[in-house]
Ligand binder design. Structure first.
Ligand code: ATP
Ligand code: MG
Length: 417
C-alpha cells in the first residue's frame, strides 16, 4: 500500500502542507523542532485514528488557529491499496484508490475549563465511525520513546497489542470496545452490591448476565493476542537474531485469565517455557473465562472491580533468558523494538496482503555501525518508508542515492536534487 498525497491544515506546526509522495524510502531531514515527527504523527493518525502521544488530542490543532471561531485541524490522505484476494481486510477498503480525511474540532469547554475535541472521520467522502475505518490504511511506526513498550507499564504493552491487532483484524477493535463497555457496567454493579447487602443467588443471577458478555468479548481478545504474539515472535526472533548476530528474542504473553493453566504448584510461567495455547478454540476460552468470573463473584464484590481478564494481560520481552524490560541495555531494547516493528510489517502483510507504510523517527541513533548497515539494507526494499533525521551523515551514500531527500524547515518541505 502506498500513500500518494498528503495534505495538512492546522495540524501541529503545519498551517498548510500539500505533498505528493513517491514510493520507496523518503528521508525527512531537518533541525530540531521543524516538524519532522509531526509529519509522521499525521500519517500514523490515519492508521490508528488516534495520536501516538497526545494524551490530549486538542494539542494537535495549530496554536495559531485556537483564536478562530471553530479551530479545526485536518489531515487528508489519498492512498492506494493492492489487490489481495482471500485476505482479511476492512470491507470498506477494497483494492484501488481511497481518500481518508480526519477533522479535529476544538469546541466548547469541558468541566475543567479546557476545550473539548470533536473528531470527524470521512472515508471516501462518507462520514464513518473509527471502528469502521480501522484497518483501511496500514502503517507501522517506530519512535525512540517506543522503548516504553518494553520498559514501561503493562498498560503500554496492552496499548501496543491493541493498536497492532486492530489494524489487521477487522473484528478486534469492536471486541475491545464491547469489552470495555461491558466491564464498566459490570464494575458499577459490583460496587452497588458492595454497598447494599444482596443475597448470593441474586448476585450470581444479575452478574451472570454481564459475565457472559464479558467472556464473549474477552475470549475473542485473548485468542487474537495468543495467536498474534506467537506469530510475531517467530518473525521478530529471526530479525533480532540477524540484527544482533545471534541473540535470541522471545515474546511471552501472560494472559490474566489463562486458558492453559500452569502445572500444579507453579505460580509464574517460566520465561523459557515453550509457547502454549495456540490451538485452543474460542468456545473453550469463553467458557473457561466465564466460569472463572463466576468463581470470583464474592471476591470481586469486595474489591469493587473486575480483577481478571484482558485488561490485566501482560507481555514480556526476553533475550537470552533475561527480561529486557529489567535487564536490557539501551541498544538491546532499541534493537528489540526495531525487530518487533519489522516483524509487524511482515505480519500485516501476511494478514492483509498489504505492505504497510513504514514510519521511522530517528531510527539510527544508538545503533552501532553493523546494526545500522543491516537495517538500511532492509529498508531499501520497502514499499514506502518515511524516516526522519537531524543528520544526513548517519546514512550511507549508497542509501541516500536510492532515497528521496526532503528538507523540512519552518514547516515547509523542499526536495533535494
Ligand atoms: N499545536 C501546535 N501548534 C503549533 N506548533 C506546535 C503544536 N504542537 C507542537 N508544535 C511545535 O511544532 C514543532 C515541531 O515539532 P516536531 O516534534 O515535529 O519537531 P521535529 O522536527 O521532530 O524536531 P526534533 O528534531 O527535535 O525531534 C515544535 O516546535 C513544537 O513545539
Ligand atoms: Mg522529532
Amino acid at each position: 500500500m502506498r500513500l500518494t498525497h498528503l495534505s495538512l491544515s492546522n495540524f501541529r506546526n503545519f498551517s498548510r502542507l500539500d505533498k505528493d509522495l513517491p514510493g520507496g524510502p523518503i528521508l525527512l531531514v531537518g533541525g530540531n523542532a521543524q516538524g519532522k515527527t509531526s509529519l509522521l504523527e499525521a500519517v500514523y493518525y490515519l492508521a490508528a485514528l488516534e495520536s501516538f502521544h497526545a494524551t490530549q488530542e486538542r494539542q494537535l490543532i495549530n496554536f495559531l488557529a485556537w483564536n478562530e471561531p471553530i479551530p479545526v485541524a485536518r489531515i487528508v490522505a489519498d492512498f492506494e491499496r493492492e489487490d489481495a484476494p482471500g485476505k482479511s481486510v476492512n470491507p470498506l477498503a477494497g483494492p484501488g484508490f481511497h481518500r481518508l480525511e480526519i477533522r479535529l474540532y476544538r469546541e466548547g469547554e469541558d468541566v475543567n475549563g479546557g476545550a473539548r475535541l470533536r473528531k470527524d472521520i470521512l472515508f471516501d467522502e462518507t462520514k464513518r465511525k473509527a471502528h469502521e475505518v480501522l484497518g483501511a490504511f496500514n502503517a507501522v511506526l517506530f519512535l525512540p520513546q517506543m522503548t516504553r513498550v518494553i520498559e514501561g507499564s503493562p498498560e503500554d504493552r496492552r496499548r501496543y497489542l491493541n493498536l497492532s491487532l486492530s489494524q489487521a483484524l477487522p473484528q478486534y477493535a469492536p471486541a475491545i470496545s464491547e469489552y470495555s463497555r461491558v466491564m464498566t457496567q459490570r464494575n458499577a454493579l459490583l460496587k452497588q452490591f458492595a454497598e447494599k447487602r444482596t443475597s448470593a443467588s441474586q448476585v450470581d443471577q444479575e452478574l451472570s448476565f454481564w459475565d457472559e458478555k464479558l467472556a464473549a468479548a474477552g475470549a475473542a481478545i485473548i485468542q487474537a493476542r495468543l495467536q498474534f504474539v506467537q506469530e510475531l515472535e517467530r518473525m521478530a526472533a529471526r530479525i533480532y537474531r540477524d540484527l544482533t548476530r545471534g541473540e535470541v528474542l522471545r515474546l511471552v504473553y501472560q494472559p490474566s485469565y489463562d486458558p492453559t493453566p500452569l502445572p500444579e504448584g507453579q505460580k509464574m510461567l517460566r520465561l523459557d517455557a515453550p509457547l502454549r495455547g495456540n490451538r485452543i478454540s474460542l468456545d473453550t476460552i469463553r467458557q473457561g473465562f466465564q466460569e472463572c468470573l463466576l468463581r470470583l463473584h464474592s471476591e470481586e464484590i469486595f474489591r469493587g472491580v473486575t480483577t481478571v481478564g484482558p485488561h490485566r494481560d501482560e507481555l514480556r520481552f526476553v533475550s537470552d533468558g533475561h527480561d529486557l524490560g529489567l535487564f536490557g541495555s539501551r541498544g538491546q531494547v532499541r534493537t528489540a523494538i526495531l525487530a518487533l516493528k519489522l516483524a509487524e510489517i511482515e505480519w500485516i502483510k501476511d494478514k492483509t496482503g498489504q505492505r504497510p507504510v513504514l514510519l521511522l523517527d530517528e531510527v539510527l541513533a544508538e545503533l552501532d555501525a553493523n546494526r545500522r548497515a543491516d537495517l538500511l539494507d532492509r529498508l531499501v526494499q520497502s514499499e514506502q518508508t518515511l524516516m526522519t533525521t537531524t543528520d544526513l551523515e548517519q546514512f550511507s551514500p549508497e542509501f541516500i542515492k536510492q532515497a528521496r531527500v526532503w528538507h523540512v524547515q519552518h514547516e515547509q518541505i523542499t526536495e533535494q536534487g
